[in-house]
Design a protein around this ligand. Structure first.
Ligand code: M6R
Length: 365
């Protein structure tokens, strides 16, 4: 039931601190506990992993894209990510020692399941499902499973499933990284950062009111651009997907460095631009991309670290997030984008929990 909330999506956004807490509970006390969360067979399978292939759809695909940045940067393991509907119909090369990873809230998505069923190559060392539904087809048919414990997700727009997938994927990166030279100190450090997540997500949901106020600027718009760089690029993609899905406003995400290679031509004062800008080394570069937007009269909405040295100005609206460790920033920065699309959709009067033309679980091709 929705309780005090107006929509399931809203309830599920606010449930994220608890959902992450459940997902991490008893699983991040030590590096050994992290590996154990993937099941008994994981020990031997993980030892043999030389590359990772992630396959998923929609929001779950965006989680996979974040994981690729993490896996290559922290564990030095090559990683490919592809949407299931493409992967399953494409001739592809499977490098020796590949771990096949599916990500899915429902565990019943037809394309993802079909891709899993087609992993006959001997070069796969194992199949892991990161999934929110125990006993689902994906879970039953994979030798390794990591269950996100988000609880039932009713809103068609995926929210808490995504952030819990990301938490599970970071655990996977630590489990594999440990076998690939990621130091114990770094692992312990990231584990302690993961423990801060419920609290940081709580602080992110506390931005609800200012985001609601800001959402009014989007109601009459027809197009929006979402920008991010590095690991925040998939977060921008997820923000754009949420907005188009429930508010029916056209939204596109770009890695900010691609702006001048085309999309900048679209920017004018009718095109709000949303950017995620935590305080990482790409911030300075992002800032110069944002100048390009301002110079064309585009209104900028910036979600930035409180230490990011960016301030409100003419046409620039900054919303500050708490200081977040880099390792978990994509998880925390997702929340304000979910809230933004939620409030825009409510103002536009759409059916937030059941957007037109969409089904919660896509069990047909
Ligand atoms: O159940 P799955 O995670 O496999 O579903 C994949 C997509 O259909 C799903 O994430 C979809 O994109 C959501 N409606 C996005 O909010």
């Amino acid at each position: 039931e929705k309780g005090e909330y107006r929509h399931f999506m809203q309830k599920e956004i606010f449930e994220q601190p608890a959902a992450i807490q459940r997902t991490l509970q008893d699983r991040i006390d030590s590096p050994d506990a992290v590996s154990a969360a993937f099941g008994e067979a994981a020990r031997t399978i993980f030892d043999r992993v030389r590359s990772v292939q992630i396959v998923a759809c929609g929001t779950s695909y965006h989680a996979g894209m974040v994981a690729r940045y993490w896996l290559e940067a922290l564990a030095g393991i090559p990683c490919q990510v592809e949407v299931a509907s493409e992967f399953r119909y494409r001739q592809h090369v499977v490098p020796e020692g590949t771990l096949f990873v599916t990500i899915s809230q429902s565990g019943e998505t037809a394309d993802t399941l079909a891709a899993l069923r087609d992993t006959g190559s001997d070069n796969y060392v194992g199949r892991l499902a990161i999934c929110n539904v125990d006993g689902s087809s994906l879970v039953r048919e994979s030798e390794l499973t990591f269950l996100t414990k988000a609880g039932p997700e009713i809103g068609v727009a995926s929210t808490k499933a995504f952030t819990t997938q990301l938490a599970g994927l970071m655990m996977l990166v630590l489990a594999l990284g440990r076998r690939h030279g990621l130091s114990d100190e770094r692992i312990e450090q990231i584990l302690s950062e993961l423990r801060q997540l419920p609290n940081l997500l709580e602080q992110a949901t506390a931005l609800d009111k200012p985001i609601e106020a800001l959402s009014r600027a989007f109601v009459e718009k027809h197009h929006t651009l979402f920008l991010g760089r590095g690991v925040q690029f998939p977060v921008a993609m997820e923000g754009a997907l949420k907005l188009k899905e429930i508010s029916y406003i056209h939204a596109e995400a770009y890695p900010a460095g691609e702006l001048k290679h085309g999309p900048l031509a679209l920017v004018d004062k009718e095109m709000p631009v949303v950017a995620v800008a935590p305080n990482d080394e790409l911030l300075e570069k992002l800032k110069s991309n944002l100048q390009e937007v301002r110079a064309r009269g585009g209104e900028l909405y910036l979600f930035a670290d409180k230490n990011a040295r960016v301030a409100d100005g003419e046409g620039i609206h900054v919303l500050h997030l708490p200081a977040v460790p880099e390792s978990i920033a994509p998880i925390v920065y997702t929340v304000p984008l979910q809230l933004l699309s939620y409030h825009v959709a409510v103002l536009r009067g759409t059916d937030v929990d059941q957007p037109r033309n969409l089904a919660k679980s896509v069990t047909v091709e």
